[in-house]
Ligand binder design. Structure first.
Ligand code: HEM
Length: 539
């Protein structure tokens, strides 16, 4: 077998979420263990891999690791071409940067709604901060991380991603995000708290929002084109074959959701009735696109779960066919929700519940079985490396998804039980992304800032958000209105509940800070990983 063929075998297996904890194979005298995708010298066999997915003292079999493994040799330069590393670094940089901004405004919002603190002194500053918090958390962090994961999925599946489109998308999205940050940080413009995509009515914000949507849509288009071309690419002996792995299909579905969401906003902007009040028009403008973005988040989160399960514990789907069928079955719901804007007027769709039924009916029918499929595959391995941030982050992501889902099902009215439910769902997505980020960071040739901090981060963030959710849900039960400045409405139990929300927020903010230090610092400081030598080959 030639070296080239052996490398293709190496390329065909790292992070391969289809494969379980298979016996390590020997390539060129070195041992290749599937999960970590690292090559370690033969003498190191039988000792588990250390890497971003293992925290200090954790092993993939749940036992405690003794001593240090020798660093991986730099064969990984072959695995990750320069352009892939740089694009991954760029999109992760945008994602982590937006999380920093979202976190800063979360501090302002959370401690203004904490009776014991009451940080901001005016309702306008509170509402502006709330819009900025949601914009950089929900509108930018989520889609920018999806941008990074499209890079990973294309590399994993051996797709030829158009680098020019991806770089252009990144540049446009980054400029757009920077433009939106200006009115947010100078507290300029009127905030509108409409659901899904709230806005600051300022020219820079509008231009930035359009650019961010266009930039990420370009990235989604680049991935979808590569995925489609790979499916049609005839096999040729001197070309590494494209692979169909669960995350590559998951990210194709996510790409369709992004493009449909962006197109729906454009169609709505062209068809919404100009005479209706501005605030109502804004609600109508982002209603369809905002709902469709939920499919992007669920498809990407599921793809991240597949990869995390494979890397952390060697999980593989109990039924890959069902998994694929579930991913495909998101499409008709998405197409129907977007297609509705070609039949009904946006104002009608805002009130006739069709888009909501197609979205949450579809996500309920597909998202829950997908989560069960992924949780079952991970749980079924019997391996519980709680010291591994990849494992603990993923497990806590499942827990928040379940608790947030239950909070949604038991119902609520227009009070803080809504954001309690929201933070369960968005917290689950965020935790899943935070858990897999060090693995992506590793592929850029960098290593996380502190393994000890990495171990604590998922617990800090996850338990913090849980505290926030319980506080908000409890306060909502005592009539706490959502998105409201001040406490003139409040009774004693509601004040206690919101202080609990504040305590949870403090923990969550510390968890967010730990993540930004651990992943953000290496991204900007170019702190090299164990194999940082510049690669010689490119794909
Ligand atoms: C450190 C973590 C976080 C803290 C402390 C936090 C805190 C808050 C607070 C206090 C509110 C206002 C609730 C109200 O007044 O009704 C809020 C609203 C919101 N947050 Fe967060 N948040 C965090 C993370 C996130 C993340 C990661 C996302 C999304 C990715 C997110 C999305 C939202 C949304 C969409 C709303 C608006 C809810 C509504 O429409 O009622 N938050 N957040």
């Amino acid at each position: 077998m030639s070296v080239g063929e052996k490398m293709r075998r190496v390329l065909s297996s790292p992070f391969d979420s289809r494969r379980g904890n298979e016996a390590p194979r020997r390539v060129a005298g070195a041992t290749v263990s599937e999960n970590a995708g690292r090559v370690t010298p033969a003498t190191a066999s039988a000792r588990p891999e250390r890497g971003p997915h293992t925290g200090r003292g954790a092993r993939t079999d749940g036992g405690r690791a003794g001593g240090r493994t020798r660093p991986a040799v730099s064969i990984r330069a072959e695995l990750v071409p320069v352009v892939t590393r740089r694009l991954l670094t760029g999109w992760m940089g945008l994602a982590v940067g937006s999380l920093v901004v979202a976190g800063l405004f979360a501090i302002l919002v959370a401690f203004t709604r904490t009776p014991a603190v009451q940080l901001l002194g005016s309702a306008n500053a509170f509402h502006l901060s709330l819009v900025a918090h949601v914009t950089f958390a929900f509108t930018v962090w989520f889609v920018a991380f999806a941008g990074a994961f499209w890079i990973y999925a294309a590399w994993r599946a051996n797709y030829r991603l158009n680098a020019f489109l991806s770089w252009t998308g990144l540049a446009v999205a980054a400029l757009g995000s920077a433009a939106m940050a200006v009115p947010a940080f100078i507290f300029s413009g009127r905030p509108y708290l409409n659901d899904y995509v709230p806005v600051i009515d300022h020219p820079l914000f509008w231009a930035g929002l359009a650019a961010t949507g266009a930039g990420v849509s370009l990235q989604a288009l680049a991935y979808l084109a590569a995925w489609w071309a790979a499916r049609r690419r005839p096999a040729s002996p001197d070309d590494a074959l494209p692979r169909e792995v669960p995350e590559s299909l998951g990210m194709a579905v996510a790409a369709v959701a992004m493009l449909l969401a962006f197109a729906t906003v454009i169609v709505t902007a062209l068809t919404v009735e100009a005479s209706v009040p501005f605030g109502y028009r804004l609600r109508a403008l982002f209603w369809g696109g905002g709902h469709l973005l939920q499919y992007l988040h669920v498809a990407t989160m599921a793809s991240v779960w597949f990869v995390a399960g494979a890397v952390a514990v060697g999980a593989r789907s109990p039924s890959p066919r069902v998994q694929r069928m579930l991913l495909w079955s998101m499409l008709p719901f998405m197409l129907a929700a977007a297609g509705a804007y070609l039949v009904w007027r946006p104002e009608e769709l805002l009130v006739n519940h069709l888009v909501t039924i197609l979205t949450f009916g579809g996500l309920g029918a597909v998202g829950v079985p997908l989560a069960l499929n992924a949780a079952w595959s991970i749980g079924g391995t019997g391996v519980r490396p709680w010291g591994s941030p990849l494992f603990s982050g993923t497990a806590l992501s499942f827990a928040l998804f379940a608790i947030g889902g239950v909070m949604g099902v038991i119902g609520f009215s227009q009070d803080t039980r809504v954001p309690a439910h929201y933070h369960g769902m968005v917290g689950a997505v965020t935790l899943a992304y935070m858990a897999v980020a060090p693995t992506l960071l590793d592929l850029t040739g960098r290593r996380q800032w502190s393994e000890r901090l990495a171990c604590w981060q998922p617990y800090l963030y996850g338990l913090g958000l849980l505290g926030l959710m319980v506080g908000m849900h409890w306060a909502g039960g005592h009539g706490a209105p959502r998105k409201t400045f001040g406490f003139s409405w409040a009774n004693a139990p509601a004040l206690v509940a919101l202080n609990l929300m504040g305590l949870g927020s403090l923990l969550a903010v510390l968890g967010g800070l730990a993540f930004v230090l651990n992943v953000g610092v290496p991204l900007v400081s170019r702190r090299a990983g164990s194999w940082s030598s510049e690669p010689t080959s490119s794909r």
